[in-house]
Every structure is written in structure tokens, then in C-alpha cells.
Write a protein that binds this ligand. Structure first.
Ligand SMILES: Cc1ncc(COP(=O)(O)O)c(C=O)c1O
Length: 419
């Protein structure tokens, strides 16, 4: 959540009157502020004082080429979790030696492609994966650089669906098996041990879980070094939280940077940070139009033209997002309402029992803080279009993803010869 300001009754975002765009571009659409993206990156970069570190942008949070390229231009590497994300990173000119490949289920094609492109390292999540990477590396006459993702059994993250570091989560290798798997890795001919890795969850608003996880990473690094393994890289994952609502207090990024220094400055290792949400969440708004206002004794509904297929976080994670009108409210009376989309699912909502002032049909609303895990999770459910994305900069906008309308989606189907 950031402060949005109204000028002469209209909402401005990065010096642009959003209502003017909404009159030109078909709603709904995502809109991102370039200056906000740059400021977030710089604030993190400036907070880190380590001798050797890399900010590997977690592409999954927002994978638009313009967004990735902006971070690439600022010096970022990438954390990717699929061949598609790897191709996006490479296309945006992120050097392969700044790409880490995470994810619990890498397939043979993805392993082959990553090895072919000489990425910085694989963050490996199972013995089975290690063996397959080793076999492919031998075929390519290489040794694959790897870190093992440790599951430190730490509770963290804004919601159980975005917690990844507890023992029962599918991610990583359990703490007690960590040493054994490094021994196994060191005996595989196609593997070169490079580092250690952990990522404990997302939307983390306290320093303690990070501190705990960093301690575990330090401990395993020392233990592995003592046993003669060469550990050059410590990947601490992402997870830095952001402010979505008024009473939320995210971690001061300077304190996060200080913690990294306290824990790792005495180790002779490169530290990798994989932020996603921190860089992109509050850079984005989703602009939508009010189609209908349906009032009853029991409940009022404001039905908008965006649906859960465009933005799924409220229903998937029960996530709170502020929703504000593009036209500054003049009248004071509040309408208590659910803000819902047109999709045929009861779960198709953006807010419940929210108060909106002075709204009418055909007015526009901005769903705030939607730059991370927004457009990337969209679908065409109900044969709805893939909506457009815009980038704004110093009072101007550019389309950075074209809307894909329903005709194109329908054309992808092939009519079977049996029907
Ligand atoms: C391995 C890994 N790294 C980094 C991230 C980015 O997390 P965040 O957006 O919370 O910074 C994720 C997100 O789930 C992840 O799975």
C-alpha cells in the first residue's frame, strides 16, 4: 500500500491521471509505476553492505519483459522456476551467470536447457533431482553447479499457502538429512557443489524468521566447510513483506540489510537474495470498471469487470487489497458492500464488507498493491481475456502487454476429427 493522491478530484499514480487512461484503454488492466519499481530496487540494493552479493529478482512475482528488463538494467540477476521463466530472463538480457534455477519439480527439458545455458546454479530439492542433473551434465561433458535447498523448519509467511520452510511443506531437504545429501552430491560425477540455499516463505513482516533461517544457513555452511566441501554461495531466498493495509508494518529494508551483514560478512561467500513481492507489489494497480451495483437488505454487491481469473489473491490467500475510486469521493455516505467480479464462482471477490463512498455504475476503481502475484496468476477461466498491462513513467504510459481477446483464445482449440 502506498499513498495515492487525488489532484482536482482524480487519482494520480506516478504523475498520471489514471481516469484518462481508463477512457482510452479497455478495462480491466494492470498498470505499473516505473519509478516505484526503480526505487524499491535501489532501496534494497543500497541497504546491503556485503562485499559480494547478487539480487536475483524472483521473476514469478511479475514476469513481464519490461519489468524484468528494468531490473536487469539495474544490475539484477534472476531466480527462475521454469524453462519459461529462464527464457524470459535470458530474453531480458539477464546474464546466465546471474540466474539461479529453483523449484521442486524440474523436468528433463528444463535441466538440459539450464545446463546448455551455463546458469549460475541449480537450487536442488531432492536426491532424485540431483542424480538427473548429474546424468545430464555428463552427457554435456560438464559439471552442474548446485546448492541444496534446506528446509529449516521455520514458520514464516503471511498465509499458510505462502509458507515454504516448515518440515511438512513440500520444499527442500529436511535439516536432519542435509549433510547426507551433500555427501551424496559430492560423489556424483556430474555435480559441482557451489552453495547452500533456503527460502522460508513470502510476505514475512518480522526479522526473527529471517534471522533464524540465516543462522541455519551459516551453521550448515560451517559444517560443510569443515568437512572439506567448497561453499562459495549462500542463497537466502526471498520473502520480504510489504504493506498491503493500514496497520501492517513491514520490515525496514535497512534492518534487513544490516541483518545480512551481521550474519554473513565474516564468511567468504557470495550472498544471493531472491526478492519478488518487495520489488513489485506496490508498483501495481488493477484498474476496473463498475458494471452494476446490486443492493438488498442483506448485502450490497458492487460488480466490476475484473474477475478472479485476472486477480486471484483475495480468494486464493484471503489477501487484503485496498480498493479506491479513481474519482475522488465527494459525498460522505458509505456503501458497505462486497466487491465482486463477473466469474461464475462465489469465490470471485476482491473485498468483503468494504466501505466505498460516492460510487456509481461506470465509475472506475483501482485495486491497489497488485504488482506482485497478480497478472502472473491470471487465467482465461470463463473464456475471459488475458488483460493488458501498462507501464507508466513520468506522466506517460506505454502498453507492455497486449490484451489477448476471447477470439484468439477460442482459436487455440482444435476441433477433433471424431466430432
Ligand atoms: C524459491 C523462491 N525464491 C523467491 C521467492 C520470492 O518470494 P517473495 O516474492 O516473497 O520475495 C519465492 C516465492 O515464493 C520462491 O519460491
Amino acid at each position: 500500500m502506498i499513498d495515492y493522491n487525488y489532484i482536482e478530484g482524480n487519482l494520480f499514480f506516478d504523475d498520471l491521471n489514471i481516469k484518462n487512461i481508463a477512457k482510452e484503454i479497455e478495462t480491466p488492466f494492470y498498470c505499473y509505476s516505473l519509478s516505484y519499481l526503480k526505487n524499491q530496487y535501489s532501496s534494497l540494493d543500497n541497504s546491503i553492505n556485503l562485499r559480494d552479493y547478487e539480487i536475483c529478482y524472483a521473476i514469478k512475482s511479475n514476469s513481464n519483459q519490461s519489468i524484468i528488463k528494468n531490473f536487469a538494467n539495474m544490475g539484477a540477476g534472476a531466480d527462475v522456476v521454469s524453462i519459461g521463466e529462464m527464457k524470459r530472463a535470458l530474453k531480458a538480457n539477464i546474464p546466465p551467470n546471474k540466474i539461479v534455477f529453483s523449484g521442486v519439480g524440474k523436468n528433463p527439458n528444463e535441466i538440459k536447457f539450464a545446463l546448455n545455458n551455463d546458469i549460475l546454479m541449480f537450487n536442488v530439492e531432492s536426491a532424485s533431482e540431483l542424480k538427473k542433473i548429474s546424468d545430464e551434465a555428463l552427457i554435456q561433458s560438464k559439471r552442474a553447479p548446485i546448492a541444496i535447498r534446506i528446509n529449516p523448519d521455520i514458520t514464516a509467511g503471511g498465509n499458510e499457502k505462502i509458507s515454504t520452510g516448515k518440515a511438512q511443506d513440500k520444499f527442500g531437504i529436511s535439516w536432519k538429512d542435509a549433510y547426507e545429501i551433500y555427501e551424496y552430491a559430492s560423489n556424483l560425477p556430474g555435480i559441482e557443489i557451489k552453495g547452500v540455499d533456503a527460502h522460508i516463505g513470502s510476505q514475512i513482516n518480522r526479522l526473527e524468521p529471517f534471522s533464524h533461517s540465516f543462522d541455519k544457513l551459516k551453521e550448515i555452511t560451517s559444517m560443510l566447510k569443515d568437512k572439506g566441501h567448497k561453499i562459495d554461495i549462500i542463497d537466502v531466498g526471498g520473502g520480504l513483506g510489504v504493506k498491503y493495509k493500514e496497520n501492517e508494518e513491514p520490515i525496514d529494508v535497512k534492518k534487513y540489510g544490516k541483518l545480512l551483514s551481521e550474519k554473513f560478512e565474516d564468511l567468504d561467500c557470495k550472498v544471493i537474495i531472491e526478492p519478488g513481492r518487495f520489488l513489485t507489489a506496490n508498483a501495481g494497480i488493477l484498474v476496473t470498471k463498475i458494471l452494476h451495483i446490486k443492493k438488498s437488505d442483506i448485502k450490497n454487491f458492487v460488480i466490476v469487470d475484473a474477475g478472479m481469473n485476472d486477480f486471484i489473491r483475495p480468494t486464493l490467500y484471503n489477501a487484503h487489497h485496498n480498493i479506491i475510486p479513481l474519482k475522488e469521493p465527494k459525498k460522505l455516505e458509505n456503501l458497505k458492500c462486497d466487491i465482486v467480479g463477473p466469474v461464475c464462482e462465489t469465490g470471485d471477490f476482491f473485498a468483503k464488507d468494504m466501505y466505498l463512498k460516492d460510487i456509481n455504475e461506470d465509475d472506475f476503481l483501482a485495486i491497489c498493491s497488485t504488482g506482485a502475484y497478480g497478472s502472473v496468476q491470471s487465467s482465461n477461466y470463463n473464456t475471459r481475456p488475458t488483460i493488458g498491462e501498462l507501464l507508466i513513467n513520468k506522466g506517460e504510459y506505454e502498453i507492455i502487454r497486449k490484451r489477448i481477446n476471447e477470439d484468439i483464445i477460442i482459436d487455440k482449440d482444435i476441433i477433433s476429427k471424431w466430432v
